[in-house]
Design a binder for this molecule. Structure first.
Ligand SMILES: Nc1ncnc2c1ncn2[C@@H]1O[C@H](COP(=O)(O)OP(=O)(O)OP(=O)(O)O)[C@@H](O)[C@H]1O
Ligand SMILES: [Mg+2]
Length: 464
């Protein structure tokens, strides 16, 4: 197997020049990181990498705890250096024991450290099949993904983060909508300002007004002191309106007024307050259908949906399903004292065959549960409670054709972000045929009218 370029993340508060040079001479590309956060950033977008964590360089306790995140990255082979005294600390010992390939007690010869890191790197190359195929997992903050739809989403996140326009995020339950919103906020110029999330579906309609807009003292019985509403609390930052599809019609009217005027009036107040927020909204509800049924105001939709991002469902992410499963295994490995190494081949097959109605959230739950319940070193399909999905069921040619047709349609729509014309043209069919097929496959409700007579999604789809 051809070896990847040897890259090293050298995490230290006081990097040793002699050691640095020694790595260089042995052909390593060295990047120094001074904190857990910098280490995670350095590891991002890389294939297999060596890691040297210099615990002897006096990191404060909170920083040491934060190392768990970069240490769990499956594509980095870590070696720690620590003084003999430090290894008496149980927290630090656990980090080294659970996540490092090796440790070296310092003082020690530079040669010993370089050799050990070389082995750790070699193990990371062997353990990371994607890295050795030249692909790599990319992470957007916390988001893991390497398939084309996810890379596209990462590009769009960076792009929309640069603007202040409202963003609307659609996607099935558990696909990562909230994670995407946080990623946008953290990359925007508002990242230092508040991020306020409101779950529009969770707040009863009669409380929503006071939650959103706040109230003055004495506005109603029980209003003993002024309360600043959530919209005002987000001033200068980002307001995330989650589950916007569940917002009652009466509340939609007040929200629309705020979006038009950028002012809020507290209940019982006599004037309005200017509020500057960037609006991001999300829902798993089909807002097009909600608008047709009169449950969602089209004028509010057009205000919210200037830019649109769609989260791909897990079943459309190919190899990423496995990548995410392994990522979650690393993340929750500590829930068990057994040394779980990975997944059995039948588990991998089931991960690909199962349709994942609950998406990434369901995947996380299944892996966590399996880690706790399993007695073996590799998690099986049965541990994931997916034993029924190991073998693909026997299929007739007609069923195979139907499945292929459905998959091609799903992929074309994903690639063209729901735009009928482009997807139909790629598939070599008319929009009417595409619409008919969607209904036939149960991917859309047939309401009788051909798509030409309908409103297509109002979101200005971002093009790269
Ligand atoms: N690409 C990803 N990489 C890593 N973790 C992910 C990814 N996508 C989602 N998750 C995790 O999956 C879980 C569900 O994600 P999130 O809450 O963002 O989904 P959602 O679309 O908002 O779901 P819902 O519609 O139910 O509100 C979270 O624990 C999140 O951290
Ligand atoms: Mg959510």
């Amino acid at each position: 197997m051809e070896l990847a370029t040897r890259q090293l993340i050298y995490v230290s508060r006081h990097p040793c020049a002699e050691l640095y040079n020694r790595f260089h001479q042995r052909g390593w590309q060295v990047e120094v990181a001074a904190s857990a956060r910098e280490a995670s950033r350095a590891a991002r977008d890389r294939g297999a990498t060596g890691g040297l964590l210099d615990l002897s360089s006096a990191f404060p306790a909170h920083e040491i705890a934060a190392f768990e995140a970069p240490l769990t990255l499956p594509h980095v082979g870590w070696v720690a250096t620590a003084t003999a005294g430090q290894l008496g600390d149980s927290g630090l010992r656990r980090l080294v024991r659970d996540y490092c390939f090796d440790y070296v007690t310092v003082p020690s010869s530079g040669e010993r450290i370089v050799d050990s890191v070389g082995h750790a790197f070699g193990m990371a190359v062997l353990a990371d099949p994607l890295a050795s195929q030249g692909q790599m997992a990319r992470s957007e903050g916390e988001m893991v993904g390497s398939c084309e739809p996810m890379l596209q989403l990462f590009r769009l996140i960076r792009k929309v983060a640069l603007t202040d326009a409202p963003v609307f995020i659609s996607g099935e339950s558990g696909t990562g909508k909230e994670l995407t919103v946080v990623a946008i906020h953290e990359r925007s110029i508002r990242r230092q300002a508040p991020f306020v999330a409101i779950n529009c579906g969770a707040i009863p309609p009669h409380l929503l007004q006071s939650e959103l807009f706040g109230y003055e003292r004495g506005a109603f019985t029980g209003a003993n002191q002024r309360k600043i509403g959530r919209i005002e609390a987000a001033h200068g930052g980002t307001l995330f309106l989650d589950e916007i599809g569940d917002l009652a019609l009466e509340s939609q009217a007040s929200l629309l007024r705020f979006l038009q005027e950028s002012k809020v009036e507290r209940l019982g107040g006599h004037g309005s307050v200017d509020v500057d927020v960037r609006i991001i909204s999300a829902t798993h509800v089909d807002l097009q259908a909600a608008m047709r049924d009169g449950r969602f105001r089209p004028d509010l939709y057009h205000r919210l949906c200037v830019l649109q991002l769609d989260e791909p469902p897990l079943r459309a992410r190919g190899k990423d399903i496995e990548l995410l499963a392994r990522h979650m295994l690393e993340r929750f490995r500590k829930d068990t004292s057994r040394r779980v190494r990975g997944f059995t081949p039948d588990a991998i097959a089931a991960l690909h065959n199962y349709p994942w109605p609950g998406n990434v959230r369901e995947l996380i739950n299944r892996v966590r549960r399996a880690l706790v319940m399993s007695d073996t070193r590799a998690l099986s399909a049965a541990d994931l409670e997916l034993a029924d999905y190991v073998a693909t069921q026997p299929v007739s040619l007609a069923q195979a054709r139907e499945a292929a047709e459905r998959q091609a349609i799903e992929r074309a729509l994903l690639r063209h972000r729901g735009r009928f014309s482009e997807a139909a043209s790629e598939l070599g069919i008319s929009r009417v045929t595409l619409y008919r097929l969607l209904c036939a496959h149960g991917m859309r409700q047939d309401e009788g009218a051909p798509p030409e007579l309908r409103d297509l999604p109002a979101g200005v789809a971002l093009q790269l």
